[in-house]
Ligand binder design. Sequence first.
Ligand code: EPZ
Length: 428
Amino acid sequence: MDAMVVTGGCRLQGRVRAGGAKNAALPIMAASLLADGPMCLKNVPDLADIRTMMRLLAKLGVESERRPNGDLVLESRNARRNLAPYDIMRTMRAGICVLGPLLARRGRAEVSLPGGCAIGDRPVDLHLKGLRALGARLDIRHGYIVGSAPGARTGKRLRGAEMYLGGPFGSSVTGTANVLMAAVLAKGQTVIECAACEPEVQDLARVLIKMGAKIHGIGSPCLVVEGVDRLVGVPHTVIPDRIEAGTLLVAGAATGGDVTVEGARSSDLFALVHVLREAGARVERFDDTIRIRARRRLKSVDVTTLPFPGFPTDLQAQMMALLAVADGISIITEKIFPDRFMHIAELNRMGARIRKEGNAAVVHGTRRLSGAPVMAGDLRASAALVIAGLIAEGKTTISRIYHLDRGYERIERKLAALGATIKRIKER
Ligand code: EPZ
């Protein structure tokens, strides 16, 4: 297993580019199940989760190939395979995004429930609610969602419906994606109220429109879909990864650096920019580039995660690492995944003073962290530990970085190019 060794104490400086958005690419890859003909996707990052989705789609009869120029080409060829097995689904929750397309296009699906993970329970009731509203019959059998469209044998389809997709924590990103992908081929009109507005959902809607779908209200909490009979494969360039861009910006600010991130669309990162400014960083925004400078020790600031355009839960852990050394007390409230605080114990091992209080963390800023061997149980927590390692005195070894590799393509190279002392090692 690989580990990352970070030696802290340097200011990050320079220019870096964020890659394509993993969380946009994954549902868009699933949309290839809906298309006649090949989809050619550009700006798809080379990540473990993307390769897992390729393996899952292969099980469902979708051939995919990474071209030498980096393009990812996917084409659905065998429409009789409808089983998404547990051994793949348990490693990547986004696999659930094949459920809607399978029901809409093939009329049948057997998709393993993905199970919980380090950040919480992660139910899929909203996915099921939306698909049932479209007429799908869905049962849970032996850990699988077993579903069919009405009259699947006679070639009938899902039918449009009005639905409310809000849950106890607001909208659902992959839930909206799943239901949207089912609705585009349903008969008649679908209205999804409390749809997720995240940029990744917007990107999916845009590619579906290119494929021939009729969708109104993109980026708003009310999506209106007029079902069509057929969708075709199209070329598409995936949006840049706002979470990778945000992570690099937070790393720049946390080290008192001067970092310019390309592929950082300020419309996607509004909440982060606001919070970093409040903490005392200088942030300049250009079209798809953001520059951050932080010369002095940053100030404490309160952060609450919320669905887009609120502060993203996927940047909460990284922000906590930054605030661990800020001047004053910060309260970080997690309103999406109330248990997403696994990183607190590890940050405290590095000398941070953070206390969990229900769904909030009270962060007493200290002047310094000290390097330590640490380990994270999820992707963004691992990124937070890398940032903590950059700030800390001495050496930090972060184990189990396969989590990091699920969401960041060669992050050590990007950080090293900004002046970080970081290397990947093999751990016994
Ligand atoms: C997506 O997960 C992202 N994953 C997550 O990124 C991200 O943290 C999350 O959205 C929130 O922004 C992908 O896009 C592949 P949700 P998703 O459904 O869709 C509750 C990362 O680090 N809920 O929007 O699974 C749920 O428990 C990952 O890249 C229900 O109650 O998240 C949570 O409290 C981790 N019932 C809230 O809604 C449901 O049926 C939002 O979850 C579905 C969700």
